[in-house]
Design a binder for this molecule. Structure first.
Ligand SMILES: [Zn+2]
Length: 302
C-alpha cells in the first residue's frame, strides 16, 4: 500500500507483467438518452422514446462472455424500470446509485445532495428489492465534501474520480487520506473509490474507457490505444450508457447543433459488437471482469 501524496501523479503498482491485464470493471450508467448533459434545456421526455428497455441484447452478450457489470441507476427512472433492475440483479450484476436526476453535483448544495441521495437510494432499493451501497456522480462531478457525506450515509464505494484536465465538466476528486491499494483502487477506512482511467498522450488525457470513444474510434485504433494503456496499467474500467448499446432512433430536438447531434449519434450502430471485441481483447490479456462489489469482497472490505 502506498499513501497517495500527489493527486495528479498516476501511480500504478503492477502485480502483472507489462501488457498483461488483471481486473476489468465494466460499468453502465443506467440513465435515459434525455439525461445527456448536451440535451439539458430541451424537453425530450414527452417523446415517449426510451432506451433502457432495449438493453436485453447487451445483458445476453454479458452472459455469453461471462462478464459481470456494475450498473449505476438514476433514481427518478428506477420505478419505471423496476423489472429491468430486478433482471440485472437476477443475472448476478451489481447495482448502485447514479444520483436522483442526473444534474451535475457541482450545481447542488451539500444539503441538497444529501437529501436527494437518500431519496434516490430509497427509490432504487424499492424498485430493485435490494439494498445498494455504490455511487457514481453524474458526469464524474463528485467533490470531496459530498464524498464524505456519501460515506456518512452508509455508502461503501464510489466510482467518480477521473483525471481529465482539459474537459470543463470533469474535476480531479481530492482523495487525501486515501491509500492506493492497486491500480485505480483507493481505500480509506473500508470505503473504496474506483478511478476512471485515461490515457496520457502528449499532455492530453484520452478517456479510452468512455463509451463516446468506443463509438467514435474504429476497433483497430482502440486496440492500439488499449495496447498503450496496458503497458502502463494492469486494471481497467469501462463506462457505457444504454443509448450507446442500441441503435434505436433517438428523436433529438430540432435546433440541436451539428456537433452535439454527432456526439449523440456517432457509432451507435454496431457498437455492441465492438464492445464485445474490446471485452475479448482484454480477456485475452488476462483481464477478469468483475463487479466493484466483488472487488470489495476479494479485498476483504465487505
Ligand atoms: Zn450519467
Amino acid at each position: 500500500m502506498q499513501t497517495q501524496s500527489n493527486n495528479n501523479a498516476p501511480f500504478c503498482p503492477r502485480g502483472t507483467a507489462p501488457g498483461h491485464m488483471n481486473r476489468a470493471f465494466l460499468t453502465v450508467d443506467l440513465e435515459e438518452w434525455y439525461h445527456l448533459d448536451y440535451l439539458k434545456g430541451y424537453d425530450c421526455r414527452g417523446t415517449g422514446v426510451r432506451v433502457l428497455p432495449q438493453i436485453f441484447d447487451f445483458l445476453d452478450m454479458l452472459d455469453d462472455e461471462g462478464v459481470k457489470v456494475t450498473f449505476f441507476c438514476v433514481g427518478e427512472i428506477a420505478d419505471e424500470n423496476a423489472g429491468i433492475l430486478r433482471e440485472i440483479l437476477r443475472r448476478g450484476h451489481a447495482l448502485g446509485c447514479h444520483g436522483l436526476d442526473h444534474e451535475l453535483l457541482t450545481n447542488k448544495s451539500l444539503e441538497q445532495f444529501v437529501d436527494e441521495t437518500r431519496r434516490a437510494r430509497e427509490m432504487i432499493e424499492a424498485a430493485a428489492g435490494q439494498k445498494i451501497t455504490g455511487y457514481r456522480a453524474s458526469c464524474f462531478t463528485m467533490e470531496r465534501d459530498k464524498l464524505d457525506a456519501l460515506r456518512a450515509l452508509g455508502f461503501t464505494y464510489d466510482s467518480s474520480k477521473i483525471r481529465f484536465a482539459q474537459h470543463p465538466l470533469y474535476r480531479n476528486l481530492d482523495l487525501s487520506g486515501f491509500t492506493q491499494a492497486e491500480d485505480l483502487v483507493y481505500i480509506q477506512d473500508g470505503f473504496s473509490e474506483y478511478e476512471i482511467p485515461t490515457l496520457e498522450i502528449m499532455g492530453y488525457s484520452i478517456p479510452v474507457s468512455g463509451g463516446g470513444y468506443l463509438r467514435l474510434f474504429p476497433f483497430w485504433l482502440l486496440r492500439i490505444l488499449l495496447g498503450m494503456y496496458a503497458r502502463k496499467h494492469e486494471n481497467f474500467t469501462l463506462y457505457v450508457h444504454p443509448f450507446e448499446l442500441t441503435d434505436l432512433p433517438l428523436p433529438l430536438p430540432k435546433g440541436l447543433g451539428k456537433a452535439t447531434r454527432f456526439r449523440c449519434l456517432v457509432g451507435r450502430r454496431g457498437n455492441l459488437k465492438k464492445l464485445r471485441r474490446v471485452i475479448r481483447w482484454l480477456k485475452k490479456r488476462g483481464a477478469r471482469f468483475i463487479t466493484l462489489e466483488t472487488d470489495r469482497k476479494e479485498r476483504g472490505l465487505s
